[in-house]
Design a protein around this ligand. Structure first.
Ligand code: KG4
Ligand code: ZN
Length: 342
């Protein structure tokens, strides 16, 4: 079954064709980064407009790259949650029109679940990294930080979330404050390689209560890096690369602490990482040092938002007979993906 995937939840306009939920025939990811860079962050209205301008060409390119035409597509899978509402609506409405015009099934999916599906896709040239359920999911993006147990492609139990900012949001805000460049995560990752990660000793959050064992918080770290830098410095002369490296080290330790609690308590030793922050080289290196866990990272092009993971997971809903009606709507948020403190 050839499933066309469409993903427009944030600033990537993406379309893909995936065969039988596994084999990527094409995966076009048109990034809007240059259009948001001048604002140092994603501007929702610009995102919606660019998706509107690009979606037809991006879908056409995905079909062309797969050497298929519209008649070869058996179903359409599209992200309808969570994300920027206006941006989601562009992809969702395009998908509805495609499914209606071709008289083929439509399935609307949660793209956070799709991130967990990414390692199950076969990328030509990459070695396979098949994962069996159950496993732990580490979803780290610009909008979410979620540690969950995954029992199936559509069955996750949230163990922990952020109680304030998402991990990617913390990278983006620090980079924005210091004018490091955009997007923050990628820039800090690169700068940190030239910096001293021990130049500052930033605080870790104290989420002591038992029901916060798997939660994370970034507001304290963000405040320390942005407003109280001098208090935490370990040496007199420091560079901006030192700030980046010390911040990144602490941001990753915050994630690891909650993740290792979940690994210990659930006895699940396989972790599937997803979301833009899963591209972080220091996070990958730190997880590799944890010999007790097997951490599966999708290839870099499948870490951030992409339509291949949406087409891939969509196949499984479609195969068991699920369909979305043309009346399906988009939702900016999904219940449970963010906790309140305490
Ligand atoms: O999953 P994603 O592409 O979009 C959503 O937020 O849904 O994630 C984007 C986030 C941004 O906050 C970006 O700064 C962060 O992922 N990011 C990184 C890296 N590459 C992207 N964060 C840390 N290190 C990276 N290498
Ligand atoms: Zn995402």
């Amino acid at each position: 079954m050839n499933v066309l995937g469409i993903e427009t939840s944030c600033d990537e306009c993406s379309a893909s064709v995936v065969l039988d939920g596994e084999k990527i025939l094409s995966n076009v990811i048109a990034t809007q980064i240059p259009f948001h860079a001048e604002w140092n962050g994603v501007v929702p209205e610009i995102a919606s407009r660019k998706h509107t301008e690009w979606i037809y060409a991006v879908v056409k390119e995905a079909l062309d790259n797969a050497s298929l035409n519209v008649k070869d597509i058996d179903a359409v899978s599209v992200t309808n949650r969570p994300g920027l509402l206006g941006a989601l609506l562009v992809g969702l409405n395009f998908a509805k029109a495609f499914s209606w015009a071709q008289n083929i099934p439509l399935i609307a999916v949660d793209h956070m679940l799709a991130h967990l599906y990414a390692p199950r896709l076969t990328v030509i040239g990459e070695k396979e990294s098949k994962v069996e359920y159950p496993f732990l999911g580490l979803l780290v993006s610009g909008g979410h930080t979620i540690i969950c147990r995954a029992d199936n492609f559509d069955d996750i139990t949230i163990l922990g979330t952020t109680i304030d900012d998402a991990a990617g949001e913390a990278f983006d805000k620090v980079a924005k404050f210091y004018n490091f460049g955009y997007p923050g995560g990628q820039v800090i990752d690169k700068m940190a390689k030239q910096g001293d990660a021990n130049a500052f000793r930033f605080p870790l959050p104290s989420l002591h209560k038992a029901d916060h064992r798997y939660d994370v918080s970034y507001s304290g770290l963000k405040n320390a890096v942005i407003n109280q830098l001098d208090i935490f410095k370990k040496k007199q002369d420091y560079t901006k690369e030192d700030i980046a490296a010390s911040f990144q080290k602490t941001a990753v330790e915050i994630l690891l602490r909650a993740l290792l609690n979940a690994v210990n308590d659930t006895a699940l030793a396989t972790v599937v990482a997803g979301g833009g922050v899963a591209a972080n080289s220091f996070l990958r290196a730190r997880l590799a040092e944890e010999t007790g866990i097997r951490c599966v990272f999708p290839p870099l092009e499948l870490c951030g938002d992409n339509a291949a993971m949406v087409a891939g997971i969509g196949y499984h809903y479609l195969a068991r007979g699920d369909r979305s009606p043309l009346s399906v709507t988009a939702s900016a948020r999904v219940d449970g993906f963010k906790k309140k403190y305490p």
